[in-house]
Design a protein around this ligand. Structure first.
Ligand code: 5GP
Length: 192
């Protein structure tokens, strides 16, 4: 059986990345598995444990880290985030593609370990729009918004290391571009 492909998607907070991934998953849940990360960050309003993230105490996270349960992990703005290893390999071995929503540090680590993965960077149309989106979602304090904007500037510089860069002008258009990337990557695999 053909193995699934891992698609790693990164982009700064406010780039629209989560909305894009949710929309994509609505359309493709039969063929794709969306990796659910563990984090020590507090849940935001409306976030559900086991759906958006596995919300862990710091001790539990460190224990899993030591037990090598994460394929990668990173510290982002004072919190830990990690991708549980088991579900990733279970799904690609079953022929399902995997989507991982992780930051630039995580993407770099995954690309080193799994050369065959496909990395996609989602860009906001411009920096003002990024700030607008962060403010509009009303989930972060002013301090947190400032920290995220600073981090976004740093992350944007990393985009050149990705296989694909998409400027997110429109959600449906971006989802459509990702669908096309998936199609093309499947063709590429015939060479392997
Ligand atoms: P947020 O706190 O806004 O949900 O996520 C902050 C950042 O953490 C985002 O860039 C998101 O992609 C990233 N992230 C989420 N889960 C993981 C993970 O398991 N590993 C890494 N490296 N980054 C993650």
């Amino acid at each position: 059986m053909e193995k699934g492909i891992i698609f790693v998607i990164s982009g700064p907070s406010g780039s629209g990345k989560s909305t894009i991934i949710n929309r994509f998953m609505e359309k493709h849940k039969k063929d794709f598995f969306l990796s659910i990360s563990a984090t020590t960050r507090q849940p935001r309003k409306g976030e559900v444990n086991g759906k958006d993230y596995f919300f862990y105490e710091k001790n539990k996270f460190i224990l899993d880290m030591k037990k090598n349960k994460f394929i990668e992990y990173a510290k982002i703005l004072d919190n830990f985030y990690g991708t549980p290893k088991g579900p990733i390999f279970n799904n690609i071995n079953k022929g399902k593609n995997v989507i991982m929503d992780i930051d630039v540090q995580g993407a770099r680590k995954i690309k080193e370990k799994l050369k065959n993965c496909v990395t996609i960077f989602i860009m906001p149309p411009d920096f003002d729009e990024l700030e607008n989106r962060l403010r509009k979602r009303k989930t972060d304090s002013e301090k947190s918004i400032q920290k995220r904007l600073k981090l976004a500037k740093k992350e944007l510089k990393e985009r050149k290391n990705y296989d694909y860069i998409i400027i997110n002008n429109d959600i449906e258009e971006t989802v459509n571009i990702i669908e096309n990337i998936v199609k093309l990557e499947k063709f590429k695999r015939y060479k392997i």
